[in-house]
Structure formats: structure tokens, C-alpha cells
Design a protein around this ligand. Structure first.
Ligand code: COA
Length: 148
């Protein structure tokens, strides 16, 4: 287990843990060469409509991890989005991912945002079942994009 779950807290990611978060995202397969995860993270922390939440171990925790998981959340005034949802490999399957998604949902609800969207890379097939369990379903849209 990841230690004293009662003492664990979901908080805004402290700036000194940005490199740790980026390392977790890299380990979780969420980084791509064309993105700078630390810059993404700082932009989200500095933005008025975005943040990065993380689960921190409690004081008595036996976990060697400083970060038990992360999620970036933001909104465009209409829809909310999450990115960089990640839990260290050794801590998966204990409900941490769900806690982080629920925390992101709450963060959005507190700002009056009624819907949460997320993108799953086509090759990330295993995560679909995780989102199914949490009540997320495929939407009738195609996502288009262009580098600026
Ligand atoms: C996706 C991820 C965050 C899930 O975190 P987690 O802490 O292991 O998930 P939880 O323990 O909260 O799981 C919640 C539910 O989903 C299920 N679940 C989790 N991962 C699953 C998987 N790969 N396949 C099937 N079911 C899964 C759990 O069994 C649990 O179901 P239950 O409530 O019926 O028991 C974690 O696997 C991860 O970091 N993956 C790599 C990064 C990634 O792909 N992020 C998402 C990008 S879109």
C-alpha cells in the first residue's frame, strides 16, 4: 500500500516538485518529444483557469514516492479538460487515479464548469477501461489539431 491513506492529501503541485512530476509523466509514457512537460506544468500552475493537482503522502507514510499521482486540470469557460493523469507504476490499482479524477471534477464544479473532457491516445488501449469505470464515454466528435 502507499502508506497512511488518511494522511494523504490532494494539493496544488508545489513548484519545487515540477521536475518530479515531469519524471513521473515520462515514466508513465505521457511525454512526447515535441512537448516540454516542465514548461506545460509551470504554465498550468501560473494560469488563472488551470492548475496541477497531486496526491502527497502523509507524514507517517512509508512510501518512497514524493508524489503519489498527478493530474493537470483546466477549463475554457465552457468545458474542463484533464491532462497528465499519472500514478507511479508501483502504486497503481489502489484507487489513486480515481481520487485524482474526482478531485479534478470537484475543482471544475467549484468553478461552474459542467463537463469534463479528456483525450486518450489511440495506442493507450488499457486506460479506456479505467475511464469506463469512472463513467466516461466516447463522444461523437473527432479532435482536429494543428501546430501553431
Ligand atoms: C490510468 C491510471 C492513472 C490509473 O490509476 P490507478 O490508480 O491505477 O487507478 P485506480 O486504482 O483508481 O482504478 C480505478 C478503477 O479503474 C480500474 N482500472 C485501473 N486501471 C485499469 C486498467 N489498466 N485496466 C482495467 N481497469 C483498470 C481499477 O480496477 C478500478 O476499478 P474498480 O473501482 O472497479 O476497482 C494509471 O494506470 C496510470 O498512471 N497510467 C499511465 C498514464 C496514463 O495512461 N494516463 C491517462 C492518460 S489519458
Amino acid at each position: 500500500m502507499s502508506g497512511d491513506t488518511a494522511a494523504q492529501q490532494i494539493v496544488v503541485l508545489p513548484r519545487d516538485l515540477v521536475p518530479t512530476a515531469a519524471a513521473l509523466w515520462h515514466e508513465a509514457g505521457l511525454t512526447r518529444p515535441w512537448n516540454d512537460p516542465e514548461a506545460d506544468c509551470l504554465r498550468a500552475l501560473d494560469g488563472e483557469e488551470s492548475t496541477v493537482l497531486c496526491l502527497r503522502p502523509g507524514g507517517e507514510s512509508s512510501s518512497p514516492e514524493e508524489l503519489l499521482g498527478t493530474v493537470m486540470v483546466g477549463h475554457d469557460g465552457h468545458r474542463g479538460w484533464i491532462y497528465y493523469l499519472a500514478v507511479p507504476v508501483t502504486l497503481r490499482g489502489q484507487g489513486i487515479g480515481e481520487r485524482l479524477v474526482r478531485a479534478a471534477e470537484t475543482w471544475l464544479q467549484e468553478r461552474g464548469i459542467p463537463k469534463l473532457m479528456l483525450m486518450v491516445r489511440r495506442e493507450n488501449t488499457t486506460v479506456r477501461e479505467f475511464y469506463d469505470r469512472l463513467g466516461y464515454s466516447e463522444q461523437e466528435v473527432v479532435t482536429l489539431g494543428r501546430f501553431l
